[in-house]
Design a protein around this ligand. Structure first.
Ligand code: DOR
Ligand code: ZN
Ligand code: ZN
Length: 448
């Protein structure tokens, strides 16, 4: 038998360890992991010179925009950024134009993505107006629902406990419900008063998004998830108190998962004050003490996922002398893996933790059964990393349309050098070498 591709002379992350081996790939899947002598003949052989091969990363929190917001990012530029960053699957957020909040908007989005995506894309949906549409959205293949508690986004009134309970009860544990937990009323009250005083500076933005806004929302949504038996996924946890609340809820038997972003575990509010609006994101960067508590949460296994919350905006949208006009969000697809590999080199994270947090756990939590592991029969989504390569983060080289980063100029050690999606080489040494459309659309209840 002859397979499509054999990768040889590599160290692959298999069952918790780095294994000197070769990988044979046939028809987009991992056909065999073994010694060179065990490899079938192949149409193509790539010698990786001893580099490390990890399962392609799964980024559970990405805003790919496109459609009405394609001036910020589109499926091609966003998934090119993902491939450049060693990420082979992204889950797309629904705050688009139109908002993804019906079977129809979701189907349309999938159609657009199918033609343009370089990596696999799954989709979150916002809650629809009518409960009956929840089932249609799930049938269409949404990976999960997303609820913004800080702003009115979809068809569900976030201020109405009764309505939120009904909607959560309807989803039950069919798919996870991802939540941006910041209390809308706390934010609105402080923001209103600051605006009334004519404040429009960075300090005012920081004041308008206090830790209490996150903590209050987290408490409320954990209680609702408990009452309704939902699988709650808390996005971008930014405070130590949230980690505690998650840990307590879990010990009571609640099904609850969470993620942190690279910016919340590497940057503090001091960095925000120094960098200014390029570091403006929601929830905001916090006091230094939280960074330590989030890392503690990672070490103790309370944090399940590291996700980028890639939130692209134009340079113009990021720069205004009036802070209320500055769009919150940081592009993260191209910096996440180099930053985390640097932490591996610094000894703050192990390869094992990295793979768990950025591939295995997202696959498990979102029920993506054919990805996240290097194993025979799994999808051949792989990232080749060079742990020794040193460089500087340079946002002017991003494939994303959002060419800015609060990490600009950071020295990093470790980077992705090749990305394979379904056995196809998509990124080679920083260049995109595949055609648009080679990513798969991941439909929860159909393909996976
Ligand atoms: O900083 C953020 N940007 N937080 C969000 O919740 C939304 C996101 C965006 O879409 O730009
Ligand atoms: Zn958010
Ligand atoms: Zn987000």
């Amino acid at each position: 038998m002859k397979v499509d591709l054999v990768l040889k002379n590599l160290r692959a992350y298999v069952d918790g360890d780095l294994l000197d081996c070769c990988i044979a790939i046939e028809n987009g899947k991992i056909f065999k992991v073994g010694r060179e002598a065990q490899m079938p003949s192949a149409d193509m052989v790539i010698d990786l010179n001893g580099l490390i091969v990890l399962p392609g990363l799964i980024d559970a929190h990405v805003h790919l925009r496109d459609e009405g917001k394609s001036y910020k990012e589109d499926f091609y530029s966003g998934t090119a950024a993902a491939a450049a960053g060693g990420i082979t699957t992204v889950i797309d957020m629904p705050n688009n134009q139109p908002v993804t909040m019906s079977a129809e908007t979701l189907r349309k989005r999938m159609q657009v993505a199918e033609r343009r995506a370089l990596v696999n894309v799954g989709f979150y949906s916002e809650f629809p107006r009518k409960l009956s549409e929840i089932d249609e959205i799930i049938l269409e293949g949404a990976i999960g629902f997303k609820l913004f508690m800080n702003t009115q986004m979809g068809g569900l009134n976030v201020d109405d406990d009764y309505a939120v309970i009904e909607a959560f009860r309807h989803v039950a544990s069919k798919v996870p419900i991802a939540v941006h937990a910041e209390d809308k009323q706390i934010i609105a009250a402080i923001e209103g008063s600051l605006k009334g005083q004519g404040r429009c500076d960075l300090e005012a933005f920081i004041q308008a998004h206090p830790e209490e806004a996150e903590i209050k929302a987290v408490k409320r949504i954990i209680a609702i998830a408990k009452e309704t038996g939902s699988h709650l996924h808390l996005c971008h946890v930014s405070t130590g108190a949230t980690i505690e609340l998650i840990s307590e809820a879990r010990s009571r038997g609640q099904k609850i998962s969470c993620e942190v972003t690279p910016h919340h575990i590497l940057l503090s509010v001091e960095d925000l004050r120094r960098i200014g609006s390029f570091a403006v994101t929601l929830p905001p960067l916090r006091d230094k003490c939280h960074i330590l508590l989030l890392w503690k949460g990672i070490r103790e296994g309370i944090v399940d996922i590291i996700a980028s919350d890639h939130a692209p905006h134009t340079l113009m949208e990021k720069q205004s002398s009036n802070i209320w006009y500055v769009k919150a969000g940081i592009p993260g697809l191209e910096t996440m893996l180099p930053l985390m590999l640097t932490e591996v080199n610094n000894g703050r994270l192990s390869i094992r933790e990295l793979v768990k947090l950025m591939a295995e756990n997202p696959a498990k939590i979102f029920g993506l059964r054919s990805i996240g592991y290097i194993r025979e029969g799994m999808n051949a989504d792989l990232v080749v990393v060079d742990l020794k390569s040193e460089g500087k983060i340079d946002s002017s080289k991003f494939k994303s349309k959002a060419r800015f980063s609060p990490f600009d100029g950071w020295e990093v050690k470790g980077k992705p050098v090749k990305t394979f999606v379904s056995g196809k080489l998509v990124m080679d040494n920083g260049e995109i070498v595949a055609e648009a459309g080679c990513g798969r659309i991941i439909r929860k209840r159909r393909l996976e």
